[in-house]
Ligand binder design. Structure first.
Ligand code: SF4
Length: 322
C-alpha cells in the first residue's frame, strides 16, 4: 500500500483524517505500507519555503498521533528518495500531453492560481511514479484523487505493453469517510484553500466554535423550519461519527424540525472533541520533541531508497538505458 499527503498546510484537517489516515490505520493491519510526505507535489503551486520543512514534520507527527505504527508502516519524505523523479521522467515520455491537461485537478488548480507551471501539469506522472516505484497495489485516496489512480493504472499498462510486464496496476481504496465537505459549504474540505476546515491542531474551543458557525441546510432559516439533512455538511460529518440509530433520529428530527441546528451541532462537537482531543495532545507531545519524528523519516528513507532504486534500474534496463 502506498499513500501520500502534501504538506501544504500547517496541519491536516478532519477530512484527511477520516479518509486518508483512517484508510492507513485499517490497511496497516493487513498490508506492507509506505506512507509518503509528498513535498515535491507541494511545490507545484505557490508556497512559502520558510514553512515547508516544518510542515513536513507536522504532517508526519499527525499520522503518528493518529495511530500509525512506525514499526509496521514505513514513513518517508518524497524528496529524500529522488528516484521518484527519475521514474516520473521515464514514465512521462510515454504519455501524450493532452492526457495531463484533461485531469480535473490540473484544470481546477490552474483556474485557482491563474497559471500553471510544468510541475503542476506533470503532477499526475510524479504521483504515478510515487506509486509504481514501490509496485504498490492499494492506494487509499479521496474520491477527488480517483482519476489520478486511473491515470497511474493507464501509465502502468502503457509501460508493460511497450517494454514488458513490470508494474502491477494499482487500485484506489476509497474510505467510507472519503468525501468530507467544507464547513462553509464550498465543495470538499481542502488544505490548500484553508477555509471551512477542522484541523488536527484545533483545540476544543476552536472545534466547537467552528462547528457552531458551520453552514447548514439553507432551508432551515428559523428553528421551526424543517430541513433536509443530506444538504448539510454537519450531517455528513455526523455520518462519520454518530452510530446509525442516533443518526436516523437526527435525520428524522431535522426533517420534522424536532431538533434544532444548535443542538445537532453540539452533539457532533461532543463526538469530534472526544476523538480529536487525545490526538491533538499526542501531536503536541511529538512536536515538542521532533527528533523522534525526524529519526522515523530518516529510517524510512533508508528503507525506501534501495526499493526505489531496484524498480528504477529495472525500468531503465527495459527501456534500453542500461
Ligand atoms: S438539524 Fe443538523 S442536519 Fe439538519 S440542517 Fe441543522 S445542522 Fe444540518
Amino acid at each position: 500500500m502506498f499513500t501520500g499527503l502534501q504538506p501544504t498546510a500547517a496541519s491536516l484537517h478532519i477530512g484527511n483524517y477520516l479518509s486518508a489516515i483512517k484508510g492507513v490505520l485499517a490497511l496497516q493491519e493487513t498490508h506492507e505500507c509506505i506512507l509518503c510526505v509528498v513535498d515535491y507535489h507541494a511545490i507545484t503551486v505557490p508556497y512559502d519555503p520558510a514553512q515547508l520543512y516544518q510542515r513536513r514534520i507536522n504532517i508526519a507527527a499527525e499520522y503518528l498521533a493518529a495511530g500509525v505504527d512506525p514499526e509496521r508502516v514505513t514513513m518517508v519524505v518524497q524528496s529524500d528518495v529522488p528516484e521518484h523523479v527519475e521514474l516520473a521522467w521515464l514514465l512521462g515520455c510515454l504519455v501524450p500531453v493532452p492526457k495531463f491537461e484533461q485531469l480535473p485537478t490540473y484544470k481546477d488548480k490552474k483556474a485557482r492560481y491563474g497559471s500553471a507551471g510544468f510541475g503542476l501539469l506533470a503532477y499526475p506522472i510524479l504521483m504515478a511514479a510515487d506509486i509504481l516505484i514501490y509496485k504498490a497495489e492499494a492506494v487509499p485516496v479521496g474520491k477527488d484523487q480517483q482519476p489520478h489512480i486511473e491515470f497511474a493504472r493507464e501509465v502502468a499498462r502503457r509501460f508493460n505493453h511497450t517494454f514488458g510486464p513490470t508494474f502491477p496496476e494499482p487500485h484506489a481504496e476509497i474510505n467510507a469517510g472519503a468525501y468530507i465537505p467544507s464547513l462553509d459549504g464550498q465543495g470538499a474540505m481542502s488544505k490548500s484553500s484553508g477555509k471551512g476546515t477542522l484541523n488536527l491542531s484545533d483545540d476544543e474551543a476552536t472545534i466547537r466554535r467552528k462547528l457552531a458557525r458551520a453552514v447548514t441546510d439553507p432551508a432551515r432559516i428559523r428553528r421551526t423550519d424543517p430541513g433536509e439533512p443530506t444538504r448539510c455538511p454537519v450531517y455528513t460529518l455526523h455520518g462519520c461519527y454518530t452510530p446509525q440509530p442516533e443518526l436516523e433520529q437526527i435525520a428524522a428530527g431535522c426533517r420534522s424540525a424536532a431538533i434544532g441546528c444548535l443542538e445537532c451541532k453540539r452533539l457532533l462537537a461532543d463526538e469530534v472533541v472526544a476523538d480529536l482531543g487525545p490526538l491533538a495532545a499526542r501531536r503536541a507531545a511529538l512536536l515538542a520533541h521532533p527528533d523522534r519524528v525526524r529519526e522515523i523519516l530518516a529510517a524510512g528513507a533508508k528503507t525506501c531508497r534501495p526499493l526505489a532504486r531496484q524498480t528504477l534500474d529495472e525500468a531503465r534496463h527495459k527501456m534500453g538505458l542500461s
